[in-house]
Design a protein. Structure first.
Lengths: 167, 109
């Protein structure tokens, strides 16, 4: 155990000497514009789901009447991704945006075929988990602040038992 | 003056431990709460399929959707862990910079 501890200490010191600096940074800095962009996109998504739910009957509002949302979302995510990619040590955030876009593409494909209202909580919940992840990580990049604060700012993931899906 | 490597290592480890002890419970709690929510969603997909409310193909699409979302959560957990490691390393270095600088005779750290 002692040898392992000494080895770790030596690695730390060596890394420091090689880097020539006294502060190590593994993850990029917080970006306020990314934070605002994610929050705005999440709000747009909530408005979209309210629209889908407002249709008469058991099916969500049809794709044709709502397809503009998917185009606008693609542009917004693309802009956020480009910005994230331009910032140093930000590959986690870039990959998270890619995954968010993948799920909007899946939602659009399913929507073209028709979505029942009972399925909506699954889509909304999954996307909200992704938005929460993005915001939690972005706010954690501020350092020094507890990232639980980020959770408080993020949208709550609706518990599935409140959606009627499990009934 | 020579460096007491045992002492330096102990100081670094204690400082790093403090950061990990402070940050890891919150990361773990976030990971666990999201895990439970995803488990509930997978159960809901199975229930909808069993009721005949959705097709097999749609159920597969839902599973892929949730997997993608789950991977996003895992990326956040990995990122939070990296920030924690970064802060632990910096705390370890800050804990020993005085003794190291004194030993070498200039502001190395």
């Amino acid at each position: 155990m002692k040898i392992r501890q000494l080895y770790l200490a030596a690695v730390f010191l060596l890394a420091l000497l090689l880097s020539g600096c006294t502060s190590i940074k593994l993850v990029g800095d917080y970006d306020a514009q990314t934070d605002k962009g994610i929050t705005a996109l999440q709000k747009d998504m909530e408005v979209f789901f309210v629209t889908l739910e407002s249709a008469e009957g058991s099916m969500a509002a049809p794709y044709a009447a709502n397809k503009d949302f998917y185009g606008q979302t693609k542009v917004a995510i693309s802009s956020l991704r480009i910005r994230a990619d331009a910032l140093e040590r930000n590959s986690f955030t870039v990959r998270m945006f890619d995954k968010l876009q993948n799920n909007f593409d899946r939602l659009a494909a399913d929507h073209r075929e028709g979505i029942s209202k009972r399925e909506l909580p699954l889509y909304r919940g999954g996307l909200n988990s992704q938005f929460t992840s993005l915001l939690t990580f972005e706010l954690a990049k501020r350092r020094g602040q507890k990232f639980e604060d980020a959770r408080a700012l993020a949208p709550a993931t609706p518990p599935i038992f409140e959606t009627g899906l499990s009934r | 003056m020579t460096l007491n490597t045992n002492d330096v290592a102990q100081k670094m480890i204690e400082a790093a431990k403090g950061v990990v002890g402070d940050k890891w419970p919150a990361t773990q709690s976030y990971f666990e709460s999201e895990s439970r929510i995803f488990a509930e969603r997978f159960a809901s997909i199975a229930a909808l399929l069993a009721e005949g409310a959705i097709s097999q193909a749609r159920a597969q699409s839902h599973v892929q959707f949730q997997k993608e979302a789950w991977e996003t959560v895992l990326l956040a957990v990995a990122g939070l862990t990296q920030i924690m490691v970064e802060q632990a390393l910096n705390a370890a270095l800050n804990a020993v910079n005085e003794v190291v600088n004194k030993a070498v005779g200039f502001a190395l750290l």
